[in-house]
Design a protein around this ligand. Structure first.
Ligand SMILES: Nc1nc2c(ncn2[C@@H]2O[C@H](COP(=O)(O)OP(=O)(O)OP(=O)(O)O)[C@@H](O)[C@H]2O)c(=O)[nH]1
Ligand SMILES: [Mg+2]
Length: 317
C-alpha cells in the first residue's frame, strides 16, 4: 500500500488534503491511490444538502456539524460549487464559524470547484467521499450550490438528500420545476423566521400529496439556521430516513446501484482512454474531418474506419 494511503487511514489530515487535491487535479496517480484506499471505504453515511443559492445551506451545515459532533461522530464536509473554478476555501472555508470547526481534529472541511467539466465534478465528489470515508469519517456532508443537473448527479452520491428552500420569493415552486423534487428525501424550509413559512410548508406538502412517494414520504422541516432552531428535529428526520433505508433494504439497493454505475463508468473510461491513445499514435484525424466537412464522407462510416484502422474489431473482421 502506498504511504499516502496508509497515512490517510491512520488519520493524517495532510494526507487527506493531498489526496483530495490529486483527485481535483485529475492526477494520473489518482487511480492507484483510489484502488489502495477502496478496502477502507463503505462505512461513512453520506448526506447531500442542496437548494437555491443563499437559502442557508452553509449555516445549516454549520449547525449540523455541532449536532453530529455532540454525538461523538466524526464528520467531513465537502462544499461543491459547480459555478466556481475555485477550490480550497471557496464556499465553506471563508466562513468564520467553519474555520472554528476546522480546528476540531474530528472535523474535516474541503471545498471543490469545477476545474474540469461538470461531469468531472460529480466524479471528483464521489472520489472525495471515498477519501473521507477511508479517513474514518462517520458522516460526510456534501453541500452543493444551485439547482440543476449537476446537483442531481451529485445527489446520486448521497444516501440521504435534503433540499433547502426559504419562504421568500416562490423558491419552492421554482425548485420543483427544476426537477429537484425527485431527489429530496427531506425538505427544509430554512429562514422560517421570515414571513410565509406556513405557506411554503403547505405548498410542498400539497405537492407531495400529488406524488407517488412510495415507502418514504419526505418530511418538511422548518429551521432557523441562524439561531439553531429546528436542528434537533432535522437531525431526527435524517436519522429516521437512514433507519428507513437500512430496515427496508433500500440502502443496500442504492449503494449497489452506485457501485454498478461506478463500474460502468470505469470500464468506459478505460476503453476510451485506450482507444484514444491508439488513435492518437496511429491516425491523423484532420484528414477525416476535412473529408466529412466536404461531405465526401459521413461521420458514421468514418468512425467505423477509425476503429478498423486500430484493429478494434480484431483480425477476423
Ligand atoms: N433570516 C435568516 N437568515 C438566514 C438564516 N440562515 C442563514 N441566513 C442568512 O442567509 C445568508 C446565506 O446563508 P448561507 O448559509 O451562506 O447560505 P447558502 O445557501 O450556503 O449560500 P450559498 O452557498 O451562497 O448558496 C446569510 O447572510 C445568512 O446570515 C435564517 O435562518 N434566517
Ligand atoms: Mg454555502
Amino acid at each position: 500500500m502506498q504511504q499516502l494511503v496508509s497515512d490517510l487511514v491512520q488519520g493524517n489530515r495532510r494526507a487527506a488534503a493531498r489526496l483530495i487535491s490529486q483527485i481535483e487535479n485529475d492526477d494520473p496517480e489518482k487511480r492507484e491511490l483510489l484502488k489502495d484506499l477502496y478496502p477502507y471505504t463503505g462505512n461513512a453515511y453520506v448526506i447531500g444538502i442542496t437548494g437555491v443559492p443563499g437559502s442557508g445551506k452553509s449555516s445549516l451545515v454549520d449547525c449540523l456539524l455541532q449536532r453530529i459532533r455532540s454525538d461523538g461522530l466524526k464528520v467531513g464536509v465537502i462544499g461543491v460549487d459547480p459555478t466556481s473554478p475555485f477550490s480550497g476555501g471557496a464556499i465553506l472555508g471563508d466562513r468564520i464559524r467553519m474555520q472554528e470547526h476546522a480546528l476540531d481534529q474530528d472535523i474535516f472541511i474541503r471545498s471543490m470547484g469545477t476545474r474540469g467539466s461538470l461531469g468531472g465534478l460529480a466524479r471528483a465528489t464521489r472520489e472525495a467521499v471515498q477519501v473521507f470515508d477511508a479517513f474514518g469519517k462517520d458522516i460526510v456532508l456534501i453541500e452543493t450550490v444551485g439547482v440543476g443537473q449537476s446537483e442531481v448527479d451529485i445527489a446520486k452520491t448521497a444516501d440521504t438528500t435534503m433540499v433547502v428552500l426559504t419562504p421568500a420569493g416562490g423558491d419552492s415552486v421554482q425548485t420543483i420545476k427544476a426537477g429537484i423534487m425527485e431527489i429530496a428525501d427531506i425538505f427544509v424550509v430554512n429562514k422560517s423566521d421570515l414571513p410565509g413559512k406556513e405557506k411554503a410548508v403547505t405548498e410542498i406538502n400539497l405537492m407531495l400529496d400529488m406524488k407517488e412517494t412510495g415507502g418514504w414520504r419526505p418530511p418538511v422541516q422548518s429551521t432557523v439556521s441562524m439561531r439553531g432552531e429546528g436542528i434537533e428535529e432535522l437531525w431526527n428526520s435524517l436519522n429516521e430516513h437512514r433507519r428507513y433505508l437500512e430496515e427496508s433494504g433500500r440502502l443496500q439497493e442504492i449503494r449497489k446501484e452506485r457501485v454498478r454505475r461506478e463500474l460502468t463508468e470505469q470500464v468506459e473510461y478505460l476503453v476510451k482512454d485506450r482507444i484514444w491513445n491508439q488513435v492518437k499514435d496511429q491516425i491523423s484525424l484532420d484528414n477525416l474531418v476535412e473529408n466529412i466537412v466536404l461531405r465526401r464522407k459521413d461521420p458514421y462510416s468514418a468512425a467505423t474506419e477509425v476503429l478498423e484502422e486500430i484493429n478494434f474489431f480484431g483480425g477476423g473482421q
